[in-house]
Structures are given as structure tokens and as C-alpha cells.
Ligand binder design. Structure first.
Ligand code: DC
Length: 225
């Protein structure tokens, strides 16, 4: 069976999750938001009060937790931790502030990358999005995209998203937090946020959601999916 793999990477707020979900939906494929996995571990680490910089403790934590991932056509990646659906809980400001620190842990990354590859193997085709999919998790992916947008535009989108959820955040604080998170993701030693050289870079600053989805689909169709 031919299992098509599509990798979408990019910084926070570039629209990766919604684009990946829609592309997967239109192609009848599974979609995986790998950031949700790092977020779920961050939730558990904060709950247990462990040192977020401690690689050994984070490995132990991931070894001792039961993480279940499901793909839902409407909602995208659903994530369960020790039997509890934490899909919404992992989007809190507290998780946003801490997830990049947790995602630096080499041991934790190794475990999660193993699970991500396993999910890709088991699927009948996957659209996987994150920071290191094209450069590390699925280096042989059939198609690679790198979505970006100006920091101001990415902050604006996140701010609107949070406002729609009833969260009242300050735009300037959010911009600072996203900027800091990007910097940690880009500067970490282990699988930093980078575009794979062969990835198609799409600056989505002036694009509508539909235009981005169409650009991705057109590229895939032109190259023959
Ligand atoms: O995409 P997101 O905002 O939900 O990702 C949350 C964090 O997880 C992000 O700041 C960096 C980390 N992450 C990562 O290091 N590697 C991935 N493949 C996905 C996310």
C-alpha cells in the first residue's frame, strides 16, 4: 500500500494545525498535531510539579503515562492522558508558556518521535505538523511545507482564537510569549525548528486560510498524490 506522508512545519501561529486538518480532510488522510503531544506531557509535568528542565524526570514521566491519540475529522487530533481527554486543557496560557522548555528535552523528544513515526506507519497516509517533521520525524516525507507569517500576524491570529474561546489576553504579552517560544524552538540543540531545504516555504501573512490550503493541495496534485 502506498502511504503518502505530508510534513508541515513552521513557527507558532502560522496556521499549521488548521491547514493540516483541512488538507487531511480533503485528501481523506489522518492528521497528527505533534505539538499536542508535547503539550500533554507539559500538562502532566506541571501537575506533578517536576522540574521542566530535567530530562531524566521527563523521560520517566512519559514512560509512566498512558497517552492515546485519536484523529477526529472535525476536531483534528484528540489526545487522552491516563484516560482523560485533555484536548482542550492543553491549550491554556500556562501550557503555552512552558511547552517550549519541555520540548527541549532530548530524551522526551526521542520517545515522542518514536510514537509519531509509529502513528505514521500505522496510518493509510498522514499529514503531520510540528517543528521538526520534515527535518527529523519524517525525513522521507513525500511532500514538505514550511508555513510562516509575520510575528504580528501570527499574534493577531492567536489573539483572535483565544478571544473566541473567551480568554482575555493582552496582545503585547502574547506577542512577547510567541516570540520567546519561537526563539527557544529555533535555538534548542535537539531537532530545532527549521525548514527542510526541499520544503516549499509559504508565507501566509497576506493569504486567506483557503488560499493556503489550495496552495498546498495544488502542489500535491501537480506532483501527483
Ligand atoms: O504547535 P504547538 O504550538 O502546539 O507546539 C507546542 C510546542 O511544542 C512548541 O512550542 C514546540 C514544541 N514542538 C516541538 O518541539 N516539536 C514538534 N514537532 C511540535 C511541537
Amino acid at each position: 500500500m502506498v502511504r503518502v506522508q505530508i510534513a508541515i512545519d513552521g513557527p507558532a501561529g502560522a496556521g499549521k494545525s488548521s491547514v493540516a486538518k483541512e488538507v487531511a480532510h480533503r485528501l481523506g488522510m489522518t492528521c497528527l498535531d505533534t505539538g499536542a503531544m508535547y503539550r500533554a506531557i507539559t500538562l502532566k509535568a506541571l501537575k506533578e510539579g517536576i522540574d521542566l528542565h530535567n530530562d531524566k524526570l521527563l523521560i520517566k514521566l512519559v514512560q509512566n503515562c498512558n497517552m492515546k491519540i485519536e484523529h477526529n475529522r472535525q476536531k483534528g487530533t484528540l489526545i487522552y492522558l491516563d484516560g482523560e481527554d485533555v484536548t482542550d486543557k492543553i491549550r491554556s496560557p500556562q501550557i503555552n508558556e512552558n511547552v517550549s522548555i519541555v520540548a527541549k528535552s532530548p530524551g522526551l523528544r526521542k520517545k515522542l518521535v518514536f510514537l509519531q513515526r509509529e502513528l505514521a506507519e500505522k496510518s493509510n497516509g498522514i499529514v503531520m505538523e510540528g517543528r521538526d517533521i520534515g527535518t527529523n520525524v519524517l525525513v522521507d516525507a513525500d511532500y514538505k511545507f514550511f508555513l510562516s507569517a509575520s510575528l504580528e500576524e501570527r499574534t493577531r491570529r492567536r489573539w483572535l482564537e483565544m478571544r473566541d474561546k473567551g480568554l482575555n489576553v493582552n496582545y503585547k504579552d502574547l506577542l512577547k510569549e510567541i516570540d520567546q517560544r519561537d526563539r527557544i524552538d529555533q535555538e534548542r540543540a535537539e531537532a530545532p525548528l527549521r525548514a527542510a531545504p526541499e520544503a516549499l516555504a509559504i508565507d501566509t501573512t497576506d493569504y486567506t486560510f483557503e488560499e493556503v490550503v489550495e496552495t498546498v493541495l495544488k502542489t500535491i496534485r501537480n506532483e501527483g498524490c
